[in-house]
Design a protein around this ligand. Structure first.
Ligand SMILES: Cc1ncc(COP(=O)(O)O)c(C=O)c1O
Length: 406
């Protein structure tokens, strides 16, 4: 049977990571995957997570099945964290998922079960897995623009494109720290998006993967809470991978807000049914850790302080890179970089330039120009800036850029 399988496509990000691992140059710099790295280049277990794990190990007495929605205490705690105090309990349901990706997929299944073939609008560019997840669930995908020519958020363009989204459509929006561009709407732009949704009837679907790493936890959650207050229905995919550092523990949550208690209960059951046919129930460990942290004032404060420190490092890295680029005469690039937020930045480099950056300077970003700002050790920033400035100059050995790339 397996002989019949045609050559399947491989995942470009993981392929690039493997290429990096095989690169023997000591100066190689991995800015491909969206993981936080400390100044020593490690992705540490957060201290609050470690402490919660110790406490859990001491008191864990059973690993019995939890229930169709996973860990109920986790669902309550995460919904409260994301939505704040403003949403009545009977307006929302939360179901634990296999990380943010699992939440995206379950919510995509929910949309499909409600209205097969629904069109979901995603940004262009989008998180690399948005389209595949939505299409795998059977949904149609259309795109709206995101950035202006300077790499900032293009409010007019986004509102114009989304003017074509109708009341049967769903619009996927990243709640903060847009992946891959780092360009986020300003508060007035979120107000305009909420108003457009309320006026035209499309349902916002928020993907929250980086809250706490942009402007701070409360500020990063503000757009999602605004939408919750302004529109009757809202879908939210929450990831705990980045802000709790629980990448491998696959921890997340699908949250649904509806106009009536009945619709919310039906949506919750539909999410449970979708999970049942995919993996039955989500893994417990990460959810138990997050619940232990959010339920204990001391641990919660320690987690938030650590998250703030991570955010501070990312912001510092971004400012440093911008300042080095500026010193090398790359003013426009420095300005664009300084305006962006979160783990990622989109370098204004073409695919050949990104390949050149990899070949000449051992800097690995995606060929679309995305780099992980959170992945650079401070002492490597000058090397990165020199690389970017180097490939921006088209006069390498007097040859055109394309000529240098094999
Ligand atoms: C925008 C966005 N959404 C969702 C995810 C999924 O994260 P995970 O499944 O690891 O929680 C990611 C991961 O990089 C992301 O960047």
């Amino acid at each position: 049977m397996l002989e019949l399988l045609p050559t399947p496509p491989t995942d470009p990000l993981w392929e690039l990571t493997a290429e990096f691992a095989a690169d023997e140059r000591p100066e190689r710099l991995d800015l491909v995957l969206g993981v936080y790295r400390d100044p020593d280049g490690r992705t540490p277990v957060m201290a609050a997570v470690r402490e919660a794990e110790i406490r859990l190990a001491q008191r864990s007495d059973s690993k019995e099945y939890r229930g169709l929605s996973g860990n109920a205490a986790f669902n309550r705690a995460l919904a409260a964290l994301v939505l704040g105090p403003g949403v009545p309990a009977d307006r929302a349901a939360a179901v634990q998922t296999v990380a943010g990706s699992g939440a995206l997929r379950l919510l995509a299944d929910l949309i499909c079960r409600t209205r097969p073939g629904t069109t979901v609008w995603i940004s262009d560019p989008a998180y690399v897995n948005h389209r595949p997840i939505l299409e795998a669930a059977g949904l149609r995908v259309r795109t709206y623009g995101w950035c202006d020519a300077e790499g900032g958020f293009d409010a007019d363009g986004v509102l114009r494109d989304l003017g074509a989204a109708g009341r049967d459509d769903v619009v996927l929006l990243q709640g903060c720290c847009h992946n891959p561009t780092g360009a986020d709407p300003a508060p007035r732009d979120w107000e305009a998006l909420a108003e457009l949704s309320a006026r035209n009837g499309w349902v916002p679907f928020v993907d929250l993967a980086y809250h706490g790493l942009g402007d701070g936890l409360e500020a990063d959650l503000w757009p999602t809470r605004l939408l919750a207050a302004r529109v009757p229905e809202l879908l939210i995919a929450v990831s705990c991978s980045k802000n709790f550092g629980l990448y491998a523990d696959r921890t997340g949550c699908a949250i649904v807000l509806g106009a009536s208690g009945r619709a919310v209960r039906h949506a919750e059951t539909a999410l449970q049914n979708a999970a049942r046919t995919l993996y039955s129930m989500p893994p417990e460990h990460g959810a138990a850790v997050v619940t232990a942290i959010l339920a204990d004032d001391g641990l919660r404060a320690a987690w938030q302080a650590e998250l703030e420190a991570m955010r501070g490092r990312i912001t510092h890295n971004r400012a440093e890179l911008a300042s080095h680029l500026s010193a090398l005469g790359c003013e426009a690039q420095a300005r664009a970089l300084a305006r962006q937020k979160g783990m990622f930045s989109m370098l204004p480099l073409t695919r050949p330039q990104m390949l050149l950056l990899r070949r000449l300077y051992a800097v690995y970003g995606t060929t679309s120009g995305r780099i992980n700002i959170a992945g650079i050790a401070a002492h490597r920033i000058p090397q990165l800036a020199r690389g970017i400035a180097g490939v921006l100059g088209s006069d390498h050995a007097g040859r055109p850029l394309e000529g240098l790339v094999h």
